[in-house]
Design a protein around this ligand. Structure first.
Ligand code: FAD
Length: 494
């Protein structure tokens, strides 16, 4: 087996879809008896949407998502700001869709690619030698693979088995969560006497499903059960949000959790790689966890595919950590800061938030925060694949390239990102045949595309994940750059 993927959450499923699309054989194992049924993450950010689109796994998620244009912040039952109201109507928005649906769509894509998930199959431990990775599975089998990707979540056994440290700390607040059928009179975050309360709608045919969430100071000796969580959330709805009487008709899911902020010391140990929550965990504020995991998986998959196809050497794999660990680091800092500010446990912290919240009325600040949350700004400038030097206009090497209109050599139109996902693209206003030849010789699947409007000053090589790999003029220089970037002589597979 080429790649063993441990964990069939969003990260593992994305990695599996992307590797299969590249013709790489994968095996996906998961300890759970079947797909998770609890909603968990509520938002697919624009970047996550793009990744799924490139893999052909977005399906009808945009149509099934809730049409929530804005959320709101209230202090002492008064509306302080509508977050999102200041955005232009064309600005990419988060899809309000639960993780269950995202995973279902990915599983559908996996099946269409001929992949399957082995449920009830726990990874117990692993060893590595020159031949690859050997995984001990709960079924009694010892499974071997050339590479193993640990997508097994926050308590990753893969991470523990490779002794990769996961330093960090818990954030102090404990949160109660419930997905319930009810009719709250408002949505967003509410700050009132005694703390915060969050009410967010979830898609449901009856239109009455809501996620309620609130921090609590209480440290009971035993974890509260469903009845107690519902009772407490009902009380907080009145005390903190000013909802007169929130009648909960039915409960879909309750949970109590404490957020941790942790980042793996390394994403790679030999032929074992970590991705998603196995590599980084943080507060769910801003809907970043699932989206960061999906981004990890896409980044890793196209590199692993090149190495396994013998087109690149193992050093290419190290660029995965070099590019993606800083992204997780930024997410950890931003979500921890936002959680400490927005969900402060102390009265002083809450007063500070009440004072600062009106600043969010500034359209420029809203745009900036929502753009950061969208992950469309993620870029790998200065990273090991971005090369040196900058160019005066347009995307720099390492930047995400927008989804511009293009046409192929036969004049067929298609958005740029629809041509990526598995393959690379040479994008140019010139004929570009020589550049295509140089790129294809080294990368295999490369498409020659021309922008539908405007003239590009230079020739661009676009990676499968829509980041700019190289821009320049000479085809020889492109070939030289690829030879350096791919390191094909260092440890490539035959
Ligand atoms: C209550 C809650 C609310 C959240 N809200 C948000 C939100 O609003 N926005 C957001 O972006 N994120 C949110 N998250 C986080 C988000 O759910 C995670 O970031 C996301 O699930 C990470 O995906 P993953 O595939 O990396 O890991 P996971 O989804 O954790 O998947 C790991 C998989 O590995 C399997 N597994 C574990 N151990 C083994 C083993 N030893 N052998 C085999 N299989 C194994 C598990 O069964 C599981 O299927 C929330 C999480 C929770 C719990």
């Amino acid at each position: 087996m080429a790649v063993l993927i441990v964990g069939a959450g969003p990260t593992g499923l994305t990695a599996a879809c992307a590797l299969l699309a590249n013709g790489i054989a994968v095996r996906v194992v998961d300890t759970a008896p079947g797909p998770a049924t609890t909603s968990r993450a509520l938002g697919l950010q624009p970047r996550g949407q793009e990744v799924l689109q490139r893999l052909g796994a977005l399906g009808e998620l945009p149509q099934r998502a809730l049409n929530v244009r804005e959320t709101a912040i209230h202090v002492n039952s008064k509306l302080v700001v509508d977050v999102g109201a200041a955005l232009d109507s064309g600005e990419p928005r988060m899809l309000w869709i639960p993780q269950t649906e995202v995973e279902a769509q990915l599983r559908e894509r996996l099946a269409a690619r001929g992949g399957e998930i082995e449920w009830n199959t726990r990874l117990l431990g692993l060893t590595q030698d020159g031949a690859g990775v050997h995984a001990d599975l709960g079924t009694g089998e010892r499974a071997s693979a050339e590479w193993l990707i640990g997508c097994d979540g926050a308590h990753s056994q893969v991470r523990k088995s490779t002794d990769i440290r996961f330093p960090g700390a818990p954030l102090p607040e404990r949160f109660l969560l419930a997905d319930v059928h009810a009719d709250p009179p408002g949505l967003g975050t509410f700050l009132g006497p005694g703390g915060q309360f969050v009410a967010m709608p979830l898609p449901h045919p009856d239109g009455d499903l809501w996620r309620l969430m609130a921090p609590t100071d209480a440290e009971p000796e035993t974890e509260p059960g469903e009845a107690e969580i519902i009772e407490l959330l009902g009380r907080f709805a009145t005390e903190r949000a000013g909802f007169p009487d929130l009648r909960i008709r039915a409960v879909e899911w309750t949970s109590v959790f404490r957020f941790n902020r942790r980042l793996a010391d390394t994403y790679r140990e030999g032929r074992v790689l970590l991705a998603g929550d196995a590599a980084h965990i943080h507060s769910p504020l801003g809907g970043q966890g699932l989206n960061t995991g999906i981004g990890d998986a896409e980044n890793l998959a196209f590199k692993l595919a090149l190495v396994l196809a013998g087109r690149a050497g193992e050093p290419l794999i190290d660029t995965y950590q070099a590019e993606r660990r800083p992204v997780a680091k930024t997410v950890l800092s931003a979500t921890s800061f936002g959680t400490k500010l927005g969900f402060a446990g102390s009265a002083t912290g809450r007063r500070l938030f009440a004072m600062l919240a009106p600043l969010l009325r500034l359209p420029a600040l809203q745009r900036r925060l929502l753009r950061a949350a969208s992950q469309l700004n993620v870029r790998y400038r200065g990273g090991p694949l971005a090369g040196q030097g900058t160019t005066p206009h347009g995307p720099q090497p390492g930047d995400r390239v927008p989804n511009i209109g293009t046409s192929d050599t036969e004049g067929n139109p298609a958005p740029l990102h629809d041509r990526l996902g598995t393959g690379w693209a040479v994008l140019t206003s010139e004929p570009g045949k020589e550049h295509l030849r140089e790129a294809t010789k080294r990368l295999g699947d490369v498409t020659l595309l021309h922008p539908e409007t405007g003239v590009l000053p230079q020739i661009c090589l676009i990676r499968p994940d829509a980041h700019l790999a190289w821009r320049g003029d000479s085809a020889t220089e492109l070939g030289n750059w690829l030879d350096t970037a791919l390191c094909p002589e260092k440890g490539a597979h035959p």
